[in-house]
Design a protein around this ligand. Sequence first.
Ligand code: COA
Length: 250
Amino acid sequence: MSELVIVSDEGPVRIVRMNRPEKKNALTMAMYDAMAAAIEGAAANPGLRCLLIAGHPSAFCAGNDIGDFLKAAGEGGALGAPIMRFLYALARNELPLVAAVQGNAVGVGTTMLMHCDHVVASSAARFATPFVGLGLVPEAGSSLIAPRLMGQARAFSLLVMGRPLSADEAKQAGLVNSVVEPDAVEAEAMKAAAEIAALPPQGVLASRRLLRGSRDDIVARIDEEAELFKTRLQSAEARAAFEAFMLRKR
Ligand code: COA
C-alpha cells in the first residue's frame, strides 16, 4: 500500500502531501496522525522555515472519511484523538503554512486552509463545507476564523448554507491568495514557500504570531465545536446523510 501522507523536506520547506487519490484524499485517522506528526515535528527542526500542504491533481481533500464518521456516530460520537491532534497541531503551529489546492477542498479540506498563510489554488478548484447539510456543525476553529476572514455574510453562506466557492470567489473572500492554471499550482506554491523561507526567520515568526493573534481562542473554539460535533454526529440527521452518501452508488 502506498503511503497515505508523504512528507518530504526540500531545503527549508517541508511538503506534507495527502495521497489517497482513489478516495479523493478523504482523511482517515492514520492520515490525521501522520499530518499532525509532520507539522509538530517541523517545529523541532531548526532547518525548516515553512510548511506546504498539498494534495493530488484530482483532489485536494474530500474532508473526513464519511465511513469513519458513521463508525464514530455508533461509538459515542467523539471526534477521534488523531483528528483533535491534527486540529491542535494546525492551531498551535508557528511556521508559515502554504497550501497548493487542486480539485475539491471539502469540509476540513477547506477549513484547514483557514490556518494557512498563503493559498495557491487551481482555477478549477472548488471549496465547500457541507457541514450543516450533513447534520453537523463547522469545525477546526472555522466558526471563529471564517467570519473574521470573509465577514459574517460570506461565512454564513459557506459554513451554514453550504454554498461552495469557486477559486475566484475564494480569492475574493480572502481564503486564497492566487488562482493559477491547474498545472502551475505546485510550482507557484513552492515559489511562495521559498520566498517566505528566504526571509529573516525570527522576523517571520514574530510577525506571523502578531497577525494570527491568540491561539488559545482558536483552541478553545476547536474544543467548543468538537463538543457540539459529538452530539450532532449521533443525530438521526447526520446518520441519514452519511448512510445516503455511502449508499449513493449502489
Ligand atoms: N469519505 C469517504 N469516501 C469518500 C469521501 C469521503 N469524504 N469523498 C469521496 N469518497 C470516495 C467516494 O465514495 C468514491 O469511492 P468509490 O470509488 O469506492 O465509490 C471515491 O472517493 C471517489 O469519489 P466520487 O464521489 O466518485 O468523486 P467525484 O469526483 O464525483 O466527487 C467529491 C468528489 C469530493 C465532490 C465527492 O466525493 C464528495 O462530495 N465527497 C464527500 C465530501 C464530504 O461531504 N466530506 C465530508 C465533509 S464534512
